[in-house]
Design a protein around this ligand. Structure first.
Ligand code: DON
Length: 312
């Protein structure tokens, strides 16, 4: 069912959601990466990007925070663009793991399959697949450009976050080399891990994430730049990946309660996609026990419920 919502009504709903959720308690900043532990916990912003180019926002929507795992969506899009849906399915997979984002158990259970590019193992495998060549600089350029294409403007590397992640990513090192053991990494494991760590350390705003969400919702057409970023036939593939595992082991609960496919990051961001509708992003650093922003979840749910939208 198609719903028509006026921009004015959406503006007042976004403001209402902001007021309702801003004082919510609960959760804590990610503390396993020192940089993230020190981001002010009371930051909170909501942005909605519409296919016509409007961006509706409330709160700290221009604060630059770590994109973290939301970057997995961007690089999955890049792999789809460069290699196509069949190769992604064959070399990585499109399944939920039902386990935490950094699970080693998930790799041991599915030896021939990193399961999905939206958990750490599959995201590192995705970085190993990125072209155009095996050269690290060329791969990084492609990752950066693809992120800018989706977000509508370039992202900046948060050097301190990158250093902080690199100094503490021991679990991810184990994942990269375990993938190598199962022939599920397609280039140098250390290079793929560094690309993954770097993409997670990119600084993004809620506005940029909303635009990226809308680009996917809008079948590849970026509402801010007017650029067709990817072939529209790829849109259902990327939405299927997000809907299957965007909230890791809590994805079923998330989809049941929100109806909006969305991807989270431990920087406190959530990026939601309503196909044919809009992109929505919310940001607040305190996370629940699965690494998902408490306030961002509440904000997206509030807006979806009050609009009566749902992919099902
Ligand atoms: O791999 C990591 O540990 C981080 N750089 C990203 C994790 C993340 O954002 C998980 N999602 N909620």
């Amino acid at each position: 069912m198609k719903k028509t919502i006026s921009v004015a009504a959406l503006k007042s709903l976004v403001n209402e959601a902001y007021e309702q959720v801003k004082s919510a308690k609960g959760g804590a900043n990610a503390d396993y990466i020192p940089y993230l532990a020190n981001v002010p916990s009371d930051l909170f912003g909501i942005a909605v990007s519409l296919p016509g180019g409007e961006i509706i926002e409330a709160g700290d929507t221009r604060y630059v925070f770590g994109i973290e795992s939301i970057s997995k969506v961007h690089t999955a899009v890049l792999v789809l663009r460069q290699s196509g849906p069949e190769k992604l399915l064959e070399k990585i997979g499109a399944d939920a793991t039902g386990l935490p984002f950094n699970s080693i158990m998930a790799i041991l259970l599915e030896k021939d399959h990193p399961s999905t590019p939206l958990v750490n193992s599959g995201a590192i495998a995705a970085c190993s697949m990125v072209g155009p060549t095996a050269d690290a600089d060329a791969k990084w350029k492609a990752i950066e450009e693809n992120m800018a294409d989706l977000c509508g403007s370039p992202l900046v590397l948060l050097e301190e976050l990158y250093r902080s992640e690199t100094a503490t990513n021991f679990n991810n090192k184990s994942i990269a080399w375990l993938l190598k053991n199962y022939n599920r990494i397609y280039d140098d494991p250390d290079m793929a891990l560094d690309l993954y760590t770097r993409q997670c350390s990119m600084g993004v705003t809620a506005r940029q994430l909303a635009v990226a969400g809308c680009t996917i919702a809008n079948y590849g057409l970026n509402p801010s730049t007017g650029k067709q970023v990817f072939d529209r036939a790829l849109a259902p593939k990327i939405v299927a990946l997000i809907a299957a595992v965007g909230f890791y082991e809590h994805t079923g609960d998330w989809m049941y309660t929100s109806g909006i496919p969305a991807k989270t990051g431990v920087g406190g961001g959530v990026m939601g996609v309503l196909p044919g509708g809009f992109g929505i992003a919310a940001f607040a650093p305190p996370l629940d026990d699965a690494g998902n922003s408490v306030k961002a979840q509440q904000a997206v749910r509030y807006i979806a419920r009050h609009l009566g939208v749902n992919v099902y």
